[in-house]
Design a protein around this ligand. Structure first.
Ligand code: PEP
Ligand code: MN
Length: 667
């Protein structure tokens, strides 16, 4: 049992610390972290024997290669003795006892903030601030007892600094892994124990020299896992080729190097080591106990049985159906209000499939009925019918769920998309129960607006699902119960879905004209309005024999009538994709904020002008003071010039301000 003193860039609790513990902290060994400000300091600490080894990030699956660290490998006479891969899972950490609503500011490294951008769009009240060191913020929050501020860091920072994890996995792209190299003064000796190397070389500028070099490795059954060219500092347009390679038989590697050496300029083997384990399951809960036996890290990825198999996870894009007449993509869902009989489920699915208008099939299995005694759905008995419909038509299946049991039953039968119905969205207990049941399953979730016109309840339901790690989210606008008598069954209150869109611009929003209108004759006017407002698709009830439907008969229409209705709508020409909409919305709201500030400033200026006016009147001073005005203008022109604003623009605005000021004082 040994103590490893590991130099890392950053502070204890950072992802480098996780990597150091994972790599060196096994077999009863203990790890002590030596915090360094820069990666060069890490190399220095190892060189000077202040650390036994170092741990250094070399590439990330999103950000790519960390080129400066390649340069350090070349500059220092250190060896790579191993590697480890760590999933970068960003969590939101704050002092215990606070809720996400109490957090006004989050501070983190710009890269972490970028990766978690979607998350913070859900929380416009949280100010996002760039900071240098992510785990360092976590430590500062603890040391200085800072309330209202959160850090974005990994699980280890939460444990070390005793912070509470308010949300896990904030990053939009969960395939976020960093590869770390373990570096040491002492190199490993070539042996059967090792199956990987990192080396760098240059070849002459002659035709085919690089491909000859690589062909040599191929001939010797060496697998190149990564190739990266690094500029040679001080020699423009000269590169070192840095290659990682693995082998099955170490003698192959020896042979390859023997053959390669005569052709290579400056071949340097950075180290020979054992390839790190890459297949870390995304559902892994990495558990580290910090304290007496901080070497005991339990990775229970293999043991933890995910609730559904990965192949059931549907990539989001598969839900999408191109619109009939434009390139714009819409999410189209159709199917009967209720699954009534096996034959009705199958036949409706076949005919909807034949229209080519939908990619997801809906059917109610558990029906929320206002009064007891009606048809409340067949429950689990109907799920095999949907499974068959899916097999036969290839449509994805969608079902409304209201309890954890419903979720589990649906997952058993391979249902792809679940939705929270209008009556359930308004009940946070139920929504939380559903969120907990779908956590980690990768299933898609849709949330209908609540019965009451309450935007916060609707957003809150999506938020619970999001916080449970579900990122395939869709919102459904199905209208509201307002107590007013209208031609519609549920009032559309269009401004609510529009507010929803500006609050959560990145979540697709689709329209349910069936439950808004309650009557098939009114479907198309509502659907058209939804398209005009830029909604992302529809969920519409369709039945092979609408008048005989067991539930919601008046609002359903046959698959063929549905097709005709959709064909007669005016579809928007290709709209911006979500990122663009989101960006535009963000830019516009920034402009709105500045404009508001601008008007506030004008008002504040006019108040001062009035005060000066009073003073001049009291002291019999002339209102118009050309010298003073010239001075004002000169100062602003100089400032404007520095900020690249045209003189004429500044002159126009300030002349206008000046006349208004003189008029005001004259009054
Ligand atoms: C339904 O979709 O059949 C349904 C019950 O809808 P809502 O939750 O909108 O009333
Ligand atoms: Mn219905």
């Amino acid at each position: 049992m040994a103590t490893h003193k590991i130099a890392i860039q950053g502070v204890a609790g950072a992802f480098h610390d996780i990597a150091a513990r994972r790599y060196f902290g096994t077999g009863g060994n203990t790890v002590e972290i030596i915090e360094c400000e820069t990666f060069a300091d890490v190399c220095d600490a190892v060189m000077k024997n202040e650390a036994t080894e170092g741990m250094m990030a070399i590439e990330n699956t999103i950000a790519g290669s960390i080129l400066p660290n390649y340069a350090l490998l070349q500059a220092y006479n250190l060896s790579v003795i191993g590697e480890t891969y760590v999933r970068i899972q960003h969590n939101l950490l704050a002092l215990p006892g606070q809720k996400i609503q109490d957090i006004h500011t989050v501070q983190a490294h710009p890269m972490a903030l970028l990766q978690c951008r979607d998350f913070f769009l859900m929380y416009p009240h949280i100010r996002v601030e760039e900071a240098f060191d992510t785990a360092g913020i976590a430590r500062k929050i603890r040391q200085e007892n800072i309330k209202g501020v959160a850090a974005i860091a990994g699980y280890l920072a939460a444990e070390l600094y005793e912070l509470e994890t308010l949300a896990e996995g904030l990053e939009s792209n969960k395939q976020n892994f960093t590869r770390f190299l373990a570096i040491s003064r002492v190199a490993n000796h070539l042996s059967r124990e090792f199956d990987k190397t990192s080396l760098g070389f240059r070849v002459s500028h002659t035709s085919g020299s690089l491909s000859d070099a690589l062909a040599n490795f191929k001939r010797n059954r060496i697998n190149l896992t990564k190739i990266q060219s690094i500029p040679v500092i001080g020699v423009p347009y000269e590169y070192t080729i840095h290659v990682d390679m693995t082998w099955e038989d170490v003698t192959d590697f020896e042979q390859a190097i023997k053959e390669f050496r005569p052709d290579a300029l400056e071949l340097r083997i950075f180290g020979i080591y054992k390839e790190g384990e890459k297949n870390i399951d995304l559902t892994t809960k990495h558990h580290i106990t910090v304290g007496e036996d901080n070497a005991e890290e339990v990775i229970d990825a293999k043991k933890a049985e995910p609730k559904v198999m990965m192949e059931k996870v549907q990539p989001w894009q598969k839900w999408i159906q191109p619109a009939p007449t434009t390139k714009q993509e819409y999410l189209m869902i159709a199917g009967p209000c209720s699954a009534e009989t096996e034959e009705q489920v199958l036949e409706t699915a076949r005919r909807i499939k034949a229209t080519g208008k939908a990619s997801v099939y809906r059917a109610g299995v558990w029906k929320p009925r206002t009064r007891a005694g009606g048809f409340e759905g067949h429950g689990i008995k109907a799920l095999p019918w949907l499974q068959r419909a899916k097999e036969e038509t290839g449509l994805l299946m969608g079902v409304e769920v209201a309890t954890a049991q419903h979720v589990e039953d649906c997952l058993k039968y391979g249902i792809d998309v679940l939705w929270v119905g209008a009556r359930t969205t308004g009940n946070p207990f139920s929504v939380q129960e559903i969120a907990d049941a779908v956590r980690g399953t990768g299933v898609g979730m849709m949330v209908k607006n609540p019965i009451s016109p309450d935007l916060e309840l609707w957003i809150g339901a999506l938020e619970r699902l999001y916080l449970a790690g579900i990122s395939n989210l869709v919102a459904i606008h199905r209208g509201f119960s307002t107590g007013e008598k209208t031609a519609y069954r549920n009032s559309p209150n269009w401004s609510l879905p529009m507010q929803f869109r500006s609050r959560l611009p990145h979540i697709p929003l689709i329209n349910d004209p069936s439950h808004i209108t309650g009557k098939r004759a009114l479907l198309s006017e509502v659907a058209q309005k939804a398209l005009d407002l830029g909604m992302d698709g529809f969920i519409i009830e369709s039945h092979i024999d609408p008048d005989a439907a067991w539930t919601d008969a008046a609002q359903q229409l046959t698959p063929e009538d549905l097709r005709d209705m959709l064909d007669n709508l005016t579809w928007q020409p290709a709209r911006h994709n979500h990122d663009d909409v989101q960006k535009l919305d963000t830019l516009r709201s920034s402009i709105d904020r500045l404009d508001a500030e601008f008007v506030d400033l004008l008002a504040a200026r006019m108040n001062l002008v009035r005060e000066i006016g009073e003073y001049k009147r009291h002291n019999n001073i002339e209102i118009n003071q050309p010298a003073r005005w010239q001075d004002v203008m000169q100062k602003r022109l100089a400032q404007g010039g520095k900020l690249k604003l045209p003189d004429s623009f500044i002159q126009d605005i300030f002349n206008r301000i000046h006349t208004e000021s003189v008029d005001t004082q004259a009054k």
